[in-house]
Write a protein that binds this ligand. Structure first.
Ligand SMILES: *Cc1c(COP(=O)(O)O)cnc(C)c1O
Length: 410
């Protein structure tokens, strides 16, 4: 008789996007002919940079000939891509890594979800709230998150509220935690931390032997100078942080699947008996070699092209497009009298609902009264109540039209 992993049964099911889909369907049936504008989507819409397309075409052709065919590649990724990462993402910021500290992945979701495997199940953990749901759900699955309480919080998770009151800058935990997840620029709030603010976290981690999982998926959207692109810009972070990168939001790779994870040689965790420090890099390498057979050659050639001069210019143009959408939305909403956050260093606008209206109620008002779709903030965690997330990943004309409707309505 096979027994299930009962921790899976604790997961309440991800109803957020299916609930939204149901409400949209109901609306469509009862309001045929109305033009909906979807600003809730978390997926990019612009096509891949031409440089990536060309590189991938070339790689496909290589696969057609015995002399240039590629079978299994290194589980850690090809050197050509790792070298491009070291040279372009880190060296210009004064950060150096050896190639064995970079692990090419098939997107940041896999690795942020899997990284907890190399740590004991009974570590304590902290997350900023609201947050990308993968961090919590993947910990529920191995029992680390504990039990779900009536307040929507897991018993072994320390929630660090990010609200308008604290300007979305989380307070350090009031107890020690073993693992902390940080995501900056943040999904869903679109806010960031300055170098000084992130330094507080690195210092806390070093003092408390806390491990930081830093999700840098939106690093390419940073526009302001004082915002760190990598946690390793902070001194000491190599001893306490693992960082996740993704080409999904940077270069439209959501359907292609590629990113990378940095596991510095210096980062360690303890054994239960005694205070021996165990380096995590060899553990993650072992995990990858056993359970992951590498990202496809074609994909990695596509990713490499992001770092070519043409690729860089094309990526910049796409990000500029989304960030212009963000500006239009942010300024349009402000002009209509709303309080909005984010949208400066991230493609997300975090809209505070007027008069304390609940997230879901405001979602429906927007849907029924102006036919605009957002994502209820409470879906990202308890502190998201009273907010709505809008994304800048849509079409320009849709953003403009949505603002026109909202202006006439609010
Ligand atoms: C979109 C996103 C990712 C990237 O996921 P991929 O698996 O690389 O597509 C990672 N973290 C956050 C917070 C995201 O929003």
């Amino acid at each position: 008789m096979a027994l299930v992993n009962e921790h899976y049964l604790k997961l309440p099911g991800s109803y957020l996007f299916s609930d939204i889909a149901k409400k949209i369907n109901t609306f469509k049936v009862t309001h045929p002919g109305k033009q909906l504008i979807r600003l809730g989507i978390g997926d990019v819409t612009r096509p891949l940079p031409q440089a990536c397309i060309e590189a991938m075409h070339k790689a496909v052709d290589e696969m057609a000939h015995e002399e240039t065919f590629h079978g299994y590649g290194p589980e850690q990724g090809y050197d050509f891509l790792i070298e491009a990462i070291l040279k372009n993402d880190f060296a210009p910021r004064g950060i150096s890594f050896s190639p064995t500290e970079i692990f090419i992945n098939d997107g940041a979701k896999s690795d942020t979800g899997n990284i907890g495997e190399i740590l004991r199940w009974d570590n304590s953990m902290g997350v900023t709230d609201p947050i990308y749901p993968v961090y919590i759900d993947s910990n529920v699955m191995c029992g680390r998150a504990g039990e779900l309480g009536p307040d929507g919080k897991w018993s072994n998770v320390t929630y660090l509220p990010c609200t308008a009151e604290n300007h979305f800058i989380p307070q350090l935990p009031d107890r020690r935690v073993d693992i902390i997840y940080l995501c900056y620029p943040n999904n869903p709030t679109g806010t960031t931390l300055t170098k000084a603010e992130l330094k507080r976290w690195v210092d806390y981690a070093l003092e408390n032997d806390t491990l930081i999982f830093f999700d840098a998926a939106y690093e390419a959207y940073i526009r302001e100078p004082d915002v760190p692109h990598s946690i390793y810009e902070i001194k000491g972070a190599k001893r306490c942080a693992i960082e996740f990168h993704s080409y999904s939001k940077t270069a439209g790779f959501t359907g292609v699947r590629c990113g990378y994870t940095v596991v510095p040689k210096e980062v360690t965790a303890f054994k239960l008996d005694g205070d021996e420090r165990v380096p995590l890099n060899p553990l993650w390498n072992r995990r990858q070699c056993t359970k992951f057979n590498g990202t496809s050659y074609i994909t990695q050639r596509g990713a490499e092209a992001i770092y070519s001069p043409e690729g860089k210019a094309q990526v910049r143009a796409t990000i500029d497009y989304y960030m212009e959408n963000a500006r239009i939305m942010r300024e349009g909403l402000q002009a209509a009298g709303f309080h909005v956050f984010g949208g400066v260093n991230a493609p997300y606008i975090w809209l505070q609902t007027p008069d304390g209206t609940g997230s879901w109620r405001f979602f429906e008002q927007l849907l029924y009264e102006v036919n605009v779709v957002g994502t209820p903030g409470v879906g990202f965690g308890p502190s998201g109540e009273g907010f709505l997330r809008l994304t800048a990943f849509g079409k320009r004309e849709d953003c403009i039209e949505a603002m026109r409707r909202i202006k006439g309505w609010a």
